[in-house]
Design a binder for this molecule. Structure first.
Ligand code: ADP
Length: 223
């Protein structure tokens, strides 16, 4: 059920020595044309083209026709922040693992192990969200000698409307803030149910999702 690594091709860029030099020239002398920069570096305009493309695409430089290149004034951190705010829940969500209110605590524990997740979303017919059950909810109900097969998840879960969720078009950053603010490990991704009654679970965002995005942004491989 877990999603594999996806190449998104959107990591922040580490600049080469030549790109750093171009940036310095444009900072000091911009607006400046590509030919003028090439002249200063004793290179041809064609040689510089990929560097200039990278610098404009990554937001360090702006280019105006018939004016030339000028420095955008944005620091690496500002550009990273802009980039971060563009990551969406839709792009990063993983598959939700669900159970029903009637599912026993015993079966819910088995599902967590089998699916290798820490949170189950509880749904009724049509995938409509009714609650959330976490590892500690299950641990708590396992203390004592009660028969775990006879306790339904419905009596131990956190119930709607007290569920914090997120939507497909929300930013990943906003979802991460919700995880932190509400001190929970996972958010169901929801959309309004077609019946008009409640919300349907269409995905999941967890602290692991955020960690994976962080690793990708740093240029590492999020497996
Ligand atoms: P754990 O209990 O394993 O530490 P959480 O910190 O996610 O995991 O859960 C803490 C409590 O918050 C649990 O009682 C759980 O039912 C509830 N909970 C978990 N996720 C949510 C959520 N998205 N919205 C509301 N409550 C939640």
């Amino acid at each position: 059920m877990k999603r594999g690594r996806r190449a998104r091709g959107c990591q922040p860029i580490e600049l080469s020595k030549r790109q750093e030099t171009i940036l310095r020239i444009v900072k000091d002398e911009g607006p400046i044309t590509g030919e003028q920069i090439a002249e200063k570096l004793n290179l041809t305009r064609a040689t510089l083209r990929p560097d200039l493309a990278i610098l404009t695409m990554s937001g360090f430089l702006d280019a105006r026709p018939r004016v030339g290149y000028f420095y955008s004034g944005k620091t690496g951190n500002q550009l990273l922040g802009e980039h971060l705010r563009k990551l969406s829940v839709k792009e990063y969500k993983s598959v939700p693992v669900v159970c029903q209110e009637e599912t026993s605590v015993y079966d819910a524990i088995c599902t967590m192990f089998l699916e290798d997740v820490g949170t189950l979303f509880v749904v009724r017919e049509g995938g409509i969200l009714t609650g959330v059950v976490s590892r500690k909810d299950l641990l708590k109900s396992s203390m004592g000698t009660r028969d775990l097969s006879s306790i339904p998840v419905g009596v131990i879960m956190t119930r709607m409307p007290n569920i914090v969720s997120c939507e497909l078009d929300e930013s990943l950053l906003e979802a991460a803030s919700k995880l932190i603010r509400n001190q929970v490990d996972a958010l169901p991704v929801v959309k309004d149910a077609e019946s008009g009654d409640g919300v349907e679970v269409v995905g999941r965002i967890t602290k692991t999702t955020i960690t994976k995005a962080f690793v990708e942004l740093g240029g590492g491989e999020a497996v």
